[in-house]
Design a protein around this ligand. Sequence first.
Ligand SMILES: Nc1ncnc2c1ncn2[C@@H]1O[C@H](COP(=O)(O)OP(=O)(O)OP(=O)(O)O)[C@@H](O)[C@H]1O
Ligand SMILES: [Mg+2]
Length: 382
Amino acid sequence: MTQPDIPSAPAAASAEEIHKRFGSTHALRGVGLSLQGGRCLGLVGRNGAGKSTLISILSGLVPPDAGEVRFDGQLAPSLGDVAAWRGRIATVFQHSMVVPGLTVAENVFLGRQPRHGPGLVDWRRMREQARKIMADWGFDVAADTPCGSLTVEQRQVVEITRALAAGTRCLLLDEPTAALERGAAQRLFARVRQLREAGVAIMYISHHLEEVFEICTDVAVLRDGELVLTAPMTQVGKDDLVTAMVGERGQITIPNGPGRLPRGPVQPRPGRPAGARRAHPTWSSARSAWRRPARPCPALIVAITPTRGVDVASKELLLAELDRITRQTGVSLLLASDELDDLGICDRVLVLVRGEIFTEFTEPPFDREALIAATEGLGVSS
Ligand SMILES: Nc1ncnc2c1ncn2[C@@H]1O[C@H](COP(=O)(O)OP(=O)(O)OP(=O)(O)O)[C@@H](O)[C@H]1O
Ligand SMILES: [Mg+2]
């Protein structure tokens, strides 16, 4: 990819001509990209574009059907050599990979504990080293805490510390903020910046383009398993990215089938209120939920974080459709969300802080700053 600042630097990690099929799905079609130390590459694309598949291949979790992965120019270790992979690249997934029954220090040194001699783990040294790494990086989690009692944010800190302890200079983050509240996401951004400035190569997957603009130096767009755009962040705008994600015609097509939403009234199955079950947060599952034929027509649709994990183009369609359904049918919508963009279709917003209604906004359009302040428990209602 084009990285004019450091053209001759060897790539910390690179993927070359990667192909991967799952049955009839050609998930990756000849993808090549490289990660440079001191840079953060944002990887964006619609749901199913192949982002997580690429991460799995770069992490050594899944073998490619064709193509090569290299670290510092050297061919990647064989797939079974887990320790060698962990020393070269680390991945923070949306769903934590820490072992809940072990302490922070045990997780940080999982599989590679410092030893006194054969078979004897040096517990004291292990705790001290974990503490030192976290202190060096300003991470604030106690080494003796069992990981089962940590927050999502703290578990991510443990995973990043584990990567640093293994000497990893390459870090992949797959939708790391999806389960974080705003403050925690901001702290994660600060950590990502700090790691990048220290020379770590980072790849960052997110459906939130603002995040990509905030912390990435470069961006790559995957569409239907192909890399369709790579550029320094300064040379692209949000519209360029959305156009690249959606396709040349600039038209949003609904994946998986003919895919038009019903024009008639929405009629979920009786005895199963819409909000009682947590639907898998993808556009197609949301779509099939609306399609479920039954009667009688409900008085209320409950949508809980309906756009979480949904790509930016599908998100707009989904919100527009919710808006249309409520307007055309007279059904009420109760939408629970921590995404400000979701609130654009609401005509009343209640902000909950620590289990209580903190304030109410009744006049759209709602002021973003006022909403953010309210969610932090600050400010007065408009
Ligand atoms: N283990 C698997 N078995 C079968 N198909 C798979 C498997 N993993 C991924 N796929 C398919 O490969 C394609 C790429 O999926 P992938 O999860 O990489 O997309 P993604 O870009 O990460 O999407 P999202 O934004 O929803 O996370 C999709 O069509 C998906 O259904
Ligand atoms: Mg994914």
